[in-house]
Design a protein around this ligand. Structure first.
Ligand SMILES: Nc1ncnc2c1ncn2[C@@H]1O[C@H](COP(=O)(O)OP(=O)(O)OP(=O)(O)O)[C@@H](O)[C@H]1O
Ligand SMILES: [Mg+2]
Length: 374
């Protein structure tokens, strides 16, 4: 069978809905990044707080407090770091945790900073311990001790640093040691975006890419984007390719849906593996519970792939539950696959929620809700 131009290879539907950005993609992304806070869609709370922090420091004529940005990949941490520098009218220096393996690497960066400069450290949780400790002092006192020599003859030469603003980004805030976390004056936690917000992201990107979409075309793509602007922009580019090849000048809901069906990204943003997991759970194990290893064999994947690649999103969407006895298909999974729920299974099963919370899973945890709501 001859394939359509641009038809997906075996792993392409996964690549499409992964929140991680490939190096090549990051170049394309640069063109779509909002350049100031007003253009940055959603994250209202973080945006308002951050804008206050920046405004206050502008009024005082001082560099802004250190900022920590945390949240899952693709939600706008790098974008915000760049916006902070732009809003402060300050130069931006970019490095990352993995690139700073020795304290000396960090000392070199810090000692060359200019006054007011914004230093962006991506993946800050992956910095080495000695570098981290040097950073504590730099953040607090704008000073570092440069150690010269080794052993008994080693001496520490103090070096004054100009005031700077550190912007740290992490996808794993929990891995950050307390002393480091405490030294940030402001922490912004980025949340997944609503479909409406993703539509705004898409409208902006379509404008920049000179693409014509109907309102329904935008919402069709937004609802498949897993709450993540990076995925939204990526799906938009694939839909653009499809429209070009098929000679469709204006992309409506039908065109967007046809394009994304071809890439095997379904209406809720599930890809082939996500659906295979649900189909196995429901079709082969009658909804579970079934152990992870058995489930993985049933879909022909490694356990780790199922657990780290497919499950987090399925759990977040309330489609899959993790219980002490194994994985279960949540009521919404039956509905999503269009398989009638077993007799007596309510649309929302309390038993399911209870089991999941007992297991310490991140899905709907009734006890936690109880505490936050009261
Ligand atoms: N609020 C937003 N409004 C408009 N576009 C956004 C927004 N947030 C992110 N984007 C777009 O999504 C893409 C990914 O964003 P960004 O690189 O900032 O994510 P990230 O959080 O740094 O991800 P990672 O953890 O992988 O580094 C960029 O192209 C950016 O333009
Ligand atoms: Mg980033």
């Amino acid at each position: 069978m001859s394939e359509l131009p641009g038809a997906p290879g075996p792993d392409e539907s996964r690549a499409l809905v992964s929140a991680d950005g490939e190096p090549e993609e990051r170049l394309i992304e640069a063109a779509l990044r909002p350049k100031n806070l007003d253009d940055f869609v959603g994250q209202k709370r973080v945006r308002r707080q951050l804008s206050l922090v920046l405004e206050a420091s502008r009024m005082r004529g001082r560099s802004a407090d250190h900022v920590l940005l945390s949240g899952p990949p693709g939600l706008g941490k790098t974008t915000l770091a760049m916006i902070i520098a732009a809003e402060m009218n300050a130069p931006l220096r970019i490095s990352s945790g993995p690139a700073i393996q020795h304290a000396g690497d960090l000392a070199a960066i810090l000692s060359s900073l200019t006054e007011g400069e914004v230093l962006f450290l991506d993946e800050i949780h992956r910095m080495s311990r000695p570098a981290e400790e040097m950073l504590y002092m730099a953040m607090e006192d704008f000073r570092v001790d440069i150690v010269v020599g080794k052993g008994a003859g080693a001496t520490a030469i103090p070096l004054e640093l100009p005031p700077f603003t550190l912007v740290g980004a992490t996808t794993r805030a929990g891995l950050l040691p307390g002393p480091l976390r405490d030294r940030f004056g402001f922490t912004g936690h980025l949340e997944f975006y609503s479909v409406d917000e993703l539509e705004l992201v898409l409208r902006r990107s379509a404008g920049l890419l000179d693409l014509k979409l109907s309102g329904a075309g935008f919402s069709e793509i937004a609802s498949r984007s897993r709450g993540t602007p990076r995925i939204a922009n990526r799906l938009l580019r694939r839909v653009r390719d499809w429209a070009l090849v098929h000679g469709v000048p204006q992309i409506d809901a039908r065109a967007a849906s046809a394009a994304l069906e071809m890439y095997e990204v379904d209406v809720r943003g599930l890809d082939r593996l996500d659906r295979a997991v649900l189909q196995a759970l429901i079709g082969k194990f009658n909804g579970g519970p079934v152990g992870l290893s058995t489930l993985a064999i049933a879909v022909g994947e490694e356990m780790e792939t199922v657990e780290t690649v497919a499950e987090p999103f399925l759990v977040r969407e309330g489609l899959l539950g993790r219980t002490p006895r194994g994985r279960i298909a949540m009521p919404a999974a039956w509905d999503h696959l269009g398989v009638p729920r077993p007799e007596g299974m309510p649309a929302e099963s309390e038993q399911v929620l209870f089991d999941a919370s007992e297991f310490g899973s991140s899905i709907a945890d009734p006890t936690q809700e109880w505490f936050t709501e009261r």
